[in-house]
Ligand binder design. Structure first.
Ligand SMILES: *Cc1c(COP(=O)(O)O)cnc(C)c1O
Length: 423
């Protein structure tokens, strides 16, 4: 039987004797052992994605902080911690995960527009590298919390360069009228204010314009603007230790051709040529997206008048991106069949018409077959929920011929174990 070549999406996925395999482990074995739906990650793919970033930064004083919200499983964080990563967090919960996974607090940057007092105190006590501040009241709050604790907070302002990243509106963050960052015009006054406080130490400047960027040009434009601001600060006697150029590098889901780490970083490094500050980056999706897939099983095939449905055991609660952003994820039958492919709507069991995972997918399927939903390593498990009282997926990591359960499937009992009926 002839098998179509695999789309070049997940580098460690291949066709083996028992159907699709990730590294040396057959996906059908994973389903047999741990059931479905299950998220499956490849350690080798995580490591390759890491090297794609750091090899492009060789010789430059740089810190790559993995954006934890893309995939926060402790095993994933631990793989990056062992590789020397820093971490970009957006909550106290993520900080706790990083520390539990062996990450270093002094390599953590804390992003996000709504940090609570408790989160600030937690991060100050842990001794994180830097708070990326996004507003004037946040500066006041952090100063007060640091003063109460008798500590000094290292800070950067996340500036909003007002460039259009040309990506999906829900994942654009650097436009003038969205909630992120401080306006360029306001940054100087905020730095002056911070410089006057003994509980704050100015450490850097940060910028992140959006996600799934397929062209480095908007970020290079932002970097040039940031450099201008850094030089203006310098003239005022305000010196920075680091410049954080955010994350956002896109990945291939279907036929996109994202730049390599080297091609993405070259114009950013050029924009910062000669600057002595450490360069920080906050990649999320590009480190984990194509190191993972979601393994699901066909429950029913339901032919219709105009559409054929393949009802699978994964749903929008497990992988929200299609319902949320109309995102495309490549799908492959784990064990190819000889029957001609049929066009299916791939849908989950949830009671919502928005509960789809893919439209018009030509696949040769029978009831009980397994499907691999590719590029699901980023914003997959971390955006999952218990909607419809569905336990969240198991997660496993493949490492060569080894298979590790890194989070068991949630049991039904656990979903309401802490709920109480009225007396
Ligand atoms: C989400 C986020 C990132 C990571 O973005 P990716 O597109 O996944 O690389 C980095 N920095 C900040 C501030 C973020 O909010």
């Amino acid at each position: 039987m002839s098998v179509a070549p695999l789309p070049h999406v997940i580098p460690t996925l291949s066709q083996g004797a028992a159907g699709l395999q990730l590294e040396q482990v057959a996906l059908s074995d994973i389903a047999a052992q741990f059931g479905s739906p299950t998220y499956v990650y490849s350690r080798a793919a995580l490591t390759a994605a890491w090297h794609n970033w750091v090899s492009a930064l060789e010789g430059r004083n740089a810190l790559v902080c993995y954006a934890v919200k893309a995939n926060s499983n402790l095993a994933v964080l631990n793989v990056f911690a062992r590789l020397g990563a820093g971490f970009d967090i957006v909550s106290g919960g993520e900080l706790a995960r990083v520390l539990a996974a062996g990450g270093r607090a002094d390599r953590v940057v804390f992003s996000g527009v709504g940090k609570s007092r408790a989160e600030m105190a937690q991060a100050l006590r842990a001794g994180i590298h830097c708070f990326n501040l996004e507003s004037a009241p946040e500066l006041d709050r952090l100063e007060a919390v640091a003063a109460e604790l008798g500590l000094q907070a290292a800070i950067a302002f996340r500036v909003n360069p007002a460039v259009d990243p040309k990506t999906h509106p829900y994942i654009s963050t650097g436009l003038r009228d969205n909630k992120f960052g401080v306006a360029f015009e306001d940054a100087l006054a905020l730095y002056r204010k911070a410089a006057a406080s003994k509980h704050l130490r100015i450490s850097g400047i940060a910028c992140h314009i959006g996600s799934q960027l397929l062209d480095p040009a908007p970020m290079a434009e932002a970097a040039a603007k940031v450099r201008g601001l850094v030089e203006q600060l310098e003239r005022e006697g305000i010196h920075l230790d680091h410049i954080d150029l955010g994350g956002g590098l896109g990945i291939r889901y279907s036929d996109e051709v994202p730049p390599t780490g080297r091609d993405y970083l070259a114009p950013l490094l050029a924009a910062m040529a000669g600057r002595p500050e450490q360069l920080c980056f906050e990649p999320g999706r590009s480190l984990v997206g194509n190191a993972g897939l979601l393994l699901t099983r066909v429950e029913f095939l339901k032919p219709g008048a105009t559409k054929n449905f393949a009802i699978v055991d994964a749903a929008m609660n497990d992988l929200a991106r299609p319902a949320l952003y109309d995102a495309y994820h490549e799908m492959l039958a784990v064990q190819p069949r000889d029957t001609p492919p049929v066009s299916y709507e791939i849908v989950g069991p949830i009671c919502e018409s928005g509960d789809f995972l893919g439209h018009e997918r030509a696949l040769s399927l029978a009831e009980g077959d397994l499907i691999a939903i590719l590029s699901a390593g980023a914003y997959g498990m971390t955006m999952s929920s218990n909607y419809n009282t569905r336990g969240r997926c198991a997660e496993v990591m493949v490492d060569g011929d080894q298979l590790h359960l890194i989070r068991p499937r949630e049991s039904i009992d656990s979903l309401f174990a802490t709920e109480r009926v009225l007396p």
